[in-house]
Design a protein around this ligand. Structure first.
Ligand code: S3P
Length: 436
């Protein structure tokens, strides 16, 4: 992948109406569940980003006919619960932790062996959080040293249901176990220490699969079947988050983000920004399929530093890089704790964000499980994204209030979650040029 860098001139205003690309979590799941369903699944609004495309290629490699994507439309010709075929070689998940972790559950239940691999970032991420509980269900998974990828999944053995208390609040772990549970004998139940995104539970139900849901707990019984359906993918709140922050901090901004997913297990970014004083209003609230959506209007407003309630952390886990930029533009100090998970995302987001903020002259102090950021004026300069899409997009928005240009290097990975970011942001008013 060639180097792409963003050069962003300081200042500017965000305005107009934009539709950010489809939700990444929902896009992954539409391919996975569509593939093991009976009959055809029609997906619209599919995220044509590299992560979701990696999932698509994995299922094609296991014999699932998939048409598209063409302008967000995908047709999955489901092969049924037992129709996946042994792939010819290792399955490449690229940069995508969601692909690898959810697939580890599904593939543990197949009658053939598979190997899951990915890029350098993914191969440094922890996988014991899935391999260990899956092995309690009877799965046989070998990891590389330190519980890292590649994962070698033997398959072929029957799984049995378990009742699992997750030590970390992770939708990926929960989903891996529920997917394995579709094939296991008896019931599989997963309890979470804090609410995590529930797209898997909602989508299983949309495919006609019964999920028992209790506060903080979900259960499936093995041996059922999924029926192909229609999935409309909402715009991704995690992608909208950069614009929510950008328009909040750039004076004079007034921006509408259309048809954004506002699932209550995902909307922590809206709550946190509002606690900081942001002016965000929702309109046109409705459901598309199993997911709630709304148009979000954001107008610039003076932000103040806050102590971020720990209960909101899992509900905003992917949005902290953007929220740190909001904090850098707030009056007073913002304190985040209870967010050590940020250290094992596509990069160590605490360290990488702190380094970048400090390089711009922001008063930022990383801590083992969070960060302290004191807002104020800051300059420009060079930022390294460490190949992490959300770092690159967050620092792009920081330029709206910088006193000199910002250059962000290593931006190719923005295409994993937000193809067209540079063009869309420029159209909304950000002075961004993407240079190869
Ligand atoms: C995701 C769950 C989250 C999130 C990731 C997508 C999902 O990870 O960070 O980007 O689609 O289930 P964890 O469940 O590990 O927190």
């Amino acid at each position: 992948m060639g180097e792409i860098r963003y050069e962003i001139s300081p200042g500017g205003t965000l305005s107009g109406r934009v539709r950010v690309p489809g939700d990444k979590s929902v896009s992954h799941r539409s391919i996975m569940l569509g593939s093991i369903a009976e009959g055809v699944t029609e997906v619209s609004g599919f995220l044509e980003g590299e992560d979701a495309l990696a999932t698509m290629n994995v299922f094609r490699a296991m014999g699932v006919p998939i048409d598209g994507p063409h302008e967000g439309r995908v047709t999955v010709h489901g092969v049924g619960m037992h129709g996946l075929r042994a792939p010819a070689g290792p399955l490449d998940c690229g940069n995508s932790g969601t692909s690898m972790r959810l697939l580890s559950g599904l593939l543990s239940a197949q009658p053939f062996a598979t190997e899951l691999t990915g890029d350098a970032s993914l191969c440094s991420r922890p996988m014991r959080r899935v391999s260990q509980p899956l092995s309690l269900m009877g799965a046989r998974i070998d990891t590389a040293e330190g519980g890292r990828p590649p994962l070698r999944i033997q398959g072929g053995g029957g799984l049995h249901g378990i009742d699992y208390d997750m030590p970390v609040a992770s939708a990926q772990v929960k989903s891996a176990l529920l997917l394995a549970g579709l094939y296991a004998s008896g019931r599989t139940c997963v309890s979470e220490p804090a609410p995590t995104r529930d797209h898997t539970e909602r989508m299983l139900q949309a495919f006609g699969y019964a999920v028992e849901r209790f506060p903080g707990r979900a259960c499936v019984a093995g041996g059922g079947r999924l029926r192909g359906t229609r999935i409309e993918v909402p715009a991704d709140l995690s992608s909208a988050a950069f614009f929510l922050v950008g328009a909040s901090i750039a004076p004079g901004s007034d921006l509408v983000l259309e048809q954004v997913g506002i699932n209550p297990t995902r909307n922590g970014v809206i709550e946190i920004l509002r606690l900081m004083g942001a002016d965000i209003t929702l309109s046109n609230e409705r459901s598309v399929g199993a997911e709630p959506v709304a148009d979000l209007r954001v107008r610039s407003a003076p932000l103040r530093g806050i102590v971020i309630p720990e209960a909101l952390v899992p509900l905003a886990i992917d949005e902290f890089p953007a929220l740190f930029v909001a904090a850098a533009n707030a009056e007073g100090e913002t304190v985040l704790t209870g967010a050590e998970e940020l250290r094992v995302k596509e990069s160590d987001r605490i360290a990488v964000m702190a380094d970048g903020l400090i390089a711009l002259g922001v008063d930022a102090v990383p801590t083992p499980d969070g960060i302290r950021i004191r807002g104020g004026t800051y300059g420009g300069g060079g930022i390294r994204s460490h190949g992490d899409h959300r770092i690159a997009m967050s620092f792009s928005m920081a330029a709206l209030r910088a006193q000199a240009p910002i250059t962000v290097r290593d931006c190719a990975n923005v295409a994993t979650s937000f193809p067209g970011f540079a063009e869309l942001a420029a159209r909304a008013g950000l002075g961004l040029r993407a240079l190869a």
